[in-house]
Design a protein around this ligand. Structure first.
Ligand code: ATP
Length: 259
């Protein structure tokens, strides 16, 4: 894989649940070492994008490349083995396994025992509460702690790319901020590329390098997060910074690109 080649590339991907088209012609790129984000409101199709990438849903159309390899509609277990970890919405830890065993489950494809030990130490340093609770059942953790565990379990696979589905869901603003700070550290310190989907546009735009805006299953805007933060539409509809009585009305009708 060359330096400029995207880690992940979706081209015109369409996925549906029976007659309901959840994403329509989605194209996006995630470049090596960046945090990319897909912003969108409830039901926009964010989770469907991630499920389609990780092989849980087969797309009806389009293609998905990961590290230059076509992974469209491949088996989820195969996709994980290629180095792509998915932290699903709602965490989904194994409630009856201990925190430590949940972490080891994340590393099940790895043969480098020393590396696994080092990564366990790294996640305990990111989230010290997990070290304290290492022998407790994961089901006894709070929602925020389960989110920490789900992210840590993904790190334990030593992936090239982490798909992160709405880490802020159900968490207090303080915990959300803490989790986002660690997500940025994981990216900067480990060089892990991240694709994050979020309704919390403020957190996502501050943490990420590049952003896509998804509405009704279509990408309607994309740009660097620095520039997206300055756009009136984004300020108004996603950051709640302007309220001139037209909230909820969408002014962009087709994809706009500033790249
Ligand atoms: P949220 O933030 O609420 O998770 P989202 O942006 O992740 O929203 P998706 O969960 O991808 O959106 O849903 C996209 C569309 O597909 C919605 O209209 C949703 O109702 C529909 N949908 C999602 N899952 C299913 C399913 N299992 N069966 C039928 N329709 C579904």
């Amino acid at each position: 894989m060359s330096e400029d080649q995207p880690v992940l590339q979706l081209l015109n991907v369409e996925s549906a649940y029976g007659p309901i088209k959840a994403i329509r012609g989605v194209s996006l790129k995630v470049r090596p070492g960046e945090i990319a984000t897909v912003l969108g409101s409830n039901g926009a199709g964010k989770t469907t994008i991630l499920k389609t990438i990780s092989g849980i849903i087969d797309p009806r159309k389009g293609s998905i490349e990961f590290k230059g390899q076509n992974i469209t509609a491949k088996d989820p277990a195969f996709i994980v083995q290629q180095g792509l970890s998915h932290v699903p919405e709602g965490r989904e830890v194994f409630p009856l396994l201990s925190v430590k065993d949940n972490l080891l489950m994340g590393a099940y494809t790895r043969k480098d025992r020393d590396g696994v030990g080092r990564d366990m130490e790294t996640v305990f340093n990111y989230f010290p509460i997990l070290r304290e609770r290492a022998t407790q059942d994961a089901g006894l953790l709070s929602g925020g702690q389960q989110q920490m565990l789900a992210i840590s379990r993904a790190i334990m696979a030593a992936p090239a790319l982490i798909l992160l589905d709405e880490p802020s869901l159900g968490l207090s603003p303080k915990l959300t901020k803490e989790i986002f700070e660690i997500v940025v550290r994981i990216n900067r310190e480990r060089g892990t590329t991240i694709l994050l989907v979020e309704q919390n546009a403020n957190m996502a735009l501050n943490a990420s390098d590049y952003g896509y805006v998804l509405e009704n299953g279509r990408i309607v805007m994309e740009d660097t997060c620095e520039r997206l933060r300055e756009k009136d539409d984004i300020k108004e509809f996603y950051l709640g910074l302007k309220d001139d009585g037209v909230r909820g009305e969408r002014r962009w009708k087709k994809k706009k690109t500033w790249r």
